[in-house]
Design a protein around this ligand. Sequence first.
Ligand SMILES: Cc1cc2nc3c(=O)[nH]c(=O)nc-3n(C[C@H](O)[C@H](O)[C@H](O)COP(=O)(O)OP(=O)(O)OC[C@H]3O[C@@H](n4cnc5c(N)ncnc54)[C@H](O)[C@@H]3O)c2cc1C
Length: 376
Amino acid sequence: MNPCVKKVLVIGGGFSGMTAAIELRKQNIDTDIVEIDPDWRTDGAGISIGGATLRAFKTIGILDEFKKQGSAHSGLDVHAPHGVHLAHIPTPVIGDPDVPNSGAIMRPALAKILAEKTRQSGATIKLGCTFTEIKQHENGADVTFTDGTTVTYDLIIGADGLFSKVRKDQFPDAADPEYVGQGVWRAVLPRLPEVNNTMMWVGPNLKVGLNPMSKDQMYLFLTQDKKVKERVDRADYVSQLKALMMTFPAPMIQQLAGMLNEDSLVDFRALENLLVPRPWYNNRVVLIGDTVHATTPHLASGACIGIEDAIVLAEELASASVLTEALEAFQNRRWERCRMVVENSGRLAQIEVEGGDKEEHTAIMRETMMTLAQPI
Ligand SMILES: Cc1cc2nc3c(=O)[nH]c(=O)nc-3n(C[C@H](O)[C@H](O)[C@H](O)COP(=O)(O)OP(=O)(O)OC[C@H]3O[C@@H](n4cnc5c(N)ncnc54)[C@H](O)[C@@H]3O)c2cc1C
């Protein structure tokens, strides 16, 4: 069947936008991608990658590269703040012998792998560029860019993230992201030989975790309750994180706090979420990824659902003869899974902030992971 679109614009070159470009090109759909950052940078420390994301990497064709540059492992070990081992939570098996259960990688490394694949796909990439106007009409959508050009497209995919300009422009009634009362610290550290899978130490108000992300590196994350969303001065990052880590008596966390220094890569982010109600499309503009469903990292699945959106959207566009049918099928296939991740992550944050039921916390994590392992 002929795809219902011939020429598509992707706005935003993050994980979701790059995957959309790669998958559309596989369907021979003429694809342009515009990214506002002239250097196409991705900041940040490590990113945890679940089995469902690794399955998506296989579809995209980047699983082998991930295995070379990242770390594949299995299961989660939970400890008390003083270090006693409490539980081993297995990660669900995806059911494909090539696809590991979980893993992690440096964010910039993953972005580079996807950017290389996007370049190879034959998509036209414009960096340091965005749109100034979208005019929809019966036969297409005319997009004017910051470089002064205007091009007509059959479809525009908004993938410009949490603070999306496409969403503001085309879905003016959509609510803004909501702060959840927590922030997360992340740091890159040399990998200790005893860290072979995800490890967590859970205190009453703080949670700290480790994830190996290559042969030599691991990343640390620490969630901190903060009633009000506030900026932390970069100059204070290392001292503040160190002080928080020192509240965990576990010998490994004390050792790692001692390893942090002014050259360490440390990051802090206030956590926000967003779930735009359906419809996720407005005639010829459709939203994917964080643009339409941004989640806190409690289930480490935000990138996963954005990447899956892109895969599913390309499949539906390739198999439908009418655009509205493809977009309707896309959002129907995606809604329940994305809602589950955003709402369950939000509930986990709430339980942590309120010091709620740990059993409910564990049950939500286990059930969501099992559901995510199901085919998309
Ligand atoms: C602290 C934290 C930790 C996380 N950890 C994990 C994890 O471990 N595992 C996981 O799966 N997920 C995790 N996530 C979620 C994950 O990072 C996001 O879901 C994912 O990066 C979203 O990708 P995206 O491409 O949809 O959006 P983005 O990554 O936001 O990409 C948007 C892109 O659009 C560009 N852009 C912005 N505005 C414009 C414009 N006007 N025009 C053109 N381009 C524009 C941006 O420069 C960017 O390149 C985490 C999130 C947070 C906040």
